[in-house]
Design a protein around this ligand. Sequence first.
Ligand SMILES: Cc1cc2nc3c(=O)[nH]c(=O)nc-3n(C[C@H](O)[C@H](O)[C@H](O)COP(=O)(O)OP(=O)(O)OC[C@H]3O[C@@H](n4cnc5c(N)ncnc54)[C@H](O)[C@@H]3O)c2cc1C
Ligand code: SF4
Ligand code: SF4
Ligand code: SF4
Length: 376
Amino acid sequence: MIVITDKKNCVGCAACANKCPQKCIVMREDNEGFVYPNIDKDSCISCGLCEKVCPVLNLPLHRPVENVYACYNKDRDIREKSSSGGCFSLLAEHVLIKGGYVVGAAFDSDLSVHHIMINQEKDLALLRGSKYVQSKIGNIYVNVKGALETGKEVLFSGTPCQVAGLVRFLGKEYDNLFLVDVVCHGVPSPKVYRQRLKEIREKIGEDVVSVNFRDKTLGWHNFQLVFTGLTGCVKESKQESSYMRAFLSNMSVRPSCSVCHYNDEHSSADLTIADYWGVETKFPELSDNKGVTVVLVNTIKGNRLFTQVRKNAEVWNSDFTHASKYNFAMKNVSKQNPQREEFFIRLGTEKLDALTTELLKRLIRGNTQYICAKKR
Ligand SMILES: Cc1cc2nc3c(=O)[nH]c(=O)nc-3n(C[C@H](O)[C@H](O)[C@H](O)COP(=O)(O)OP(=O)(O)OC[C@H]3O[C@@H](n4cnc5c(N)ncnc54)[C@H](O)[C@@H]3O)c2cc1C
Ligand code: SF4
Ligand code: SF4
Ligand code: SF4
């Protein structure tokens, strides 16, 4: 039976809850808003399956990246609406056109973020774009297994630890499964996200109906966080947004992210996608500020899928050294912010803007290296 003595040792993937034959594991939010398994010990039969599927107790092995590409979707509208170059949509569309299923993170009607499964192209917009909050897995791994057993193709996308959780849950290879992860330096707490939504609601005096974490109106480099209400909206640059500052300084992220084992050539996915920051230093023709995805091909299967979709993309051959040069999460683990504990204690009783500003100012005075990465 899973016992969590240190919260850093649980990524919240819910593989254990999906696997438990007694259904005695429920994922519950802690006081910081992150989910952890809660076990009904009376129903547990000590089968050990939860431990067998846990991607923290069974870490992925090192696997070198085979090929690296700079890539963007030829469809200008999809590229504009995607966080980087719109390569996720290329891959997903290919599987959907063949009648397959695609799984990824989507907003619910209350704007919370969950993993869902789609099988129609018209629903692809739901999965497009980064949602900077930890997505709830629910029982999606069980549904993925069911879809795989129909023989249809399934593309699963998520953070590297969610992909690692699915791989452990399935426990065997499926030819009809494609795994895609995003390079990830951390996931913010759903509790912080809910508080921000509440504050924006109070500010604009109406319900927030949609959130865009990566609005590119001012360009890919100057992306904005946009909360849209029924009649108005609030736009925040990543430098001024307290939500993004708390995220990017690792103050609002999950404890496990400071010991992450799933990026840097430890991905369990066939393909890894990320922002190709610094792409213009190698390919000056890619400096249009509209967004470029770096695609890391990790497996033969990933290579096959990418070869099938690249006719709909503009593609340049690159290398891991260059792709990771300006992308710190590709080679490093985020250092835990020393103000993190105080942040979560005061959250809920103080406004996010004032709290984040005060704690980050204190850090900058004390230690200018506060968000520096630890080399793996
Ligand atoms: C929490 C998080 C942190 C990230 N950190 C980095 C980083 O440090 N460096 C970097 O280069 N790139 C990072 N990314 C990836 C980047 O933001 C883009 O998602 C990636 O470049 C792909 O862009 P795209 O234009 O090809 O596709 P898009 O359409 O923009 O990507 C959509 C994909 O993201 C997945 N996704 C969206 N939100 C979530 C979520 N909450 N949880 C799991 N999966 C999600 C969807 O399922 C889908 O697969 C991060 C993404 C997330 C979600
Ligand atoms: S040991 Fe088996 S029954 Fe007990 S919680 Fe784990 S998976 Fe469930
Ligand atoms: S399987 Fe996932 S949710 Fe369960 S204990 Fe391990 S890391 Fe946590
Ligand atoms: S940083 Fe690592 S542990 Fe945290 S969400 Fe991303 S992949 Fe998972």
